[in-house]
Design a protein. Structure first.
Length: 228
């Protein structure tokens, strides 16, 4: 479902963030992206959801050649990708339910569908009781669960998570990982960048290490591989 061939990314100021990435990720894989700060992990993820364009090389996501994508086609690709960030990025003036519903309103789903699906995903992340709360009234773990609900509400085939547990304590982080595992179990591909050694070593999924813009390791049932 994701294929990169000879992918380079040079930022306008001259930073070579990625220097020749080749990889294939199949539907329903769970992949950890590890590596030192500044290695290129975020850039790698941004290329997949077309936040950034490659300078060179080919990236195919769900059959779309996304480096060559026309501007008006971008929403079609993004609709199929849920993105989760370390800092949650919820809309502070909208309630929990409104934050989730908003992702469906932008693709003009009917009101009835929106109400039903919002309830469904809030149950899945166990936040039905907080539907009318505002993000500032929630703990960090709860805010991240809202972000996950928003990311999955349109049934994406792929979830990109950039350090989703980076702001959470260990116990809360495990709760988030259980949710992501469940979502993966239901058929969604997950690509997650992380510095969390305990999580990577316990879960034993595919691990791709990026250093200085290149893939230096790609293991099935891999390990974190760095001292913290
Ligand atoms: P990581 O996520 O592994 O910390 P990044 O992908 O954020 O790495 O960064 C890779 C390299 O690209 C770093 O040298 C970083 O400073 C640089 N970089 C990241 N974003 C930008 C940007 N928008 N403009 C210029 N350089 C950037
Ligand atoms: P955690 O220990 O997971 O960080 P908190 O101590 O922040 O959690 O919150 C515990 C519970 O209290 C959560 O269910 C959260 O939604 C609720 N809560 C925290 N702050 C507020 C607030 N300002 N208004 C309403 N509920 C709150």
């Amino acid at each position: 479902m994701i294929e990169m061939q000879g992918v380079f990314k040079k930022y306008p100021d001259g930073n070579d963030a990625l220097k020749g990435i080749n990889l294939v990720v199949d539907q329903n894989e769970f992949v950890y992206i590890v590596g030192p700060s500044g290695a290129g992990k975020s850039t790698f993820m941004k290329l997949i959801y077309r936040e950034e364009k490659p300078t060179k090389g080919q990236i195919v996501v769900n059959g779309f050649n996304i480096g060559k994508l026309k501007q008006r086609k971008i929403p079609y690709v993004r609709r199929n990708i849920g993105v989760i960030f370390q800092d949650f990025r919820l809309l502070p003036k909208l309630t929990v339910a409104e934050n989730v519903a908003f992702a469906m309103e932008v693709i003009e789903e009917p009101k009835k569908v929106i109400r039903k699906r919002t309830n469904e995903v809030l149950s899945l992340v166990r936040l039905k009781g907080k539907a009318n709360a505002y993000p500032s009234q929630l703990s960090g773990g709860e805010q991240q669960r809202v972000a996950i609900a928003r990311a999955i509400v349109n049934n994406p085939s792929l979830i990109i998570a950039d350090e989703p547990t980076g702001n959470l304590d260990p116990e809360t982080s495990w709760g988030i990982m259980e949710l992501l595992e469940e979502i993966n179990f239901r058929g969604t591909t997950i690509i997650m960048a992380t510095h969390n050694k305990e999580i990577v070593n316990k879960m034993r999924k595919r691990v791709i290490a990026i250093e200085d813009g290149v893939i230096v390791r790609d293991q099935e049932r891999g390990e974190y591989g760095y001292e913290v």
